[in-house]
Design a protein around this ligand. Sequence first.
Ligand SMILES: Nc1ncnc2c1ncn2[C@@H]1O[C@H](COP(=O)(O)OP(=O)(O)OP(=O)(O)O)[C@@H](O)[C@H]1O
Ligand SMILES: [Mg+2]
Length: 196
Amino acid sequence: MAEAVGAVDMASRRIEAVLTTLKAFGRQDDGHLDAVNIKTVVDESVMLVRHEARGKCEVDVDVASDLPLVTASATGLSQVLVNLLQNSVQAFGNNSPQGHGPNGARITIRTEAVNQDEIILSVSDNGPGIPENLQEKIFRPYFTTKPQGQGTGLGLSISSDMLHRFGGDLTLRSRAGEGATFYIKLRRHDELSTHS
Ligand SMILES: Nc1ncnc2c1ncn2[C@@H]1O[C@H](COP(=O)(O)OP(=O)(O)OP(=O)(O)O)[C@@H](O)[C@H]1O
Ligand SMILES: [Mg+2]
């Protein structure tokens, strides 16, 4: 009985966490472009996939909280991050975290570059990687390698479209057997146009 209560308690706490996240996104964000703090959105996105990743892989975040703001919608950027994180978690399948080298199965989100105009964020995993002959195809709508009923094949095409809308883009570097790294390029928010 105590166990059941514990499970219910945990489930309700999880739901509460998700609701808090959703509400946080609700603040003034109807998808329009805004000045966005990357770290806030990264943390919220990781929280949304934490349950799915549990027992399958670790998720590391190496992103500073005081990065310059970027042009995006917080909801849209979170959708992109959640799509990428879910793809990585799913790529690990049901293998145990120990099966991926000394560091175990791992997803890392880090800042790759900050220059005058852009910030590049990466989401990388040490999963199976993507064979070269599929690397272009995976961005196409409806392309999936997942069993029927499990993937729509829309995740990457929607993510890529979303980033184009922000003036950025989504690229990939991967070798089969060596994991995959997706690069999210975002435009730095132009201070002068804050009031447009
Ligand atoms: N991190 C990754 N590691 C290995 N393969 C990947 C990774 N990310 C994407 N892929 C490959 O790219 C394909 C397309 O990904 P996409 O997110 O567009 O669709 P999906 O994940 O198959 O379906 P959905 O996103 O609707 O659940 C996947 O089916 C998978 O083969
Ligand atoms: Mg996907």
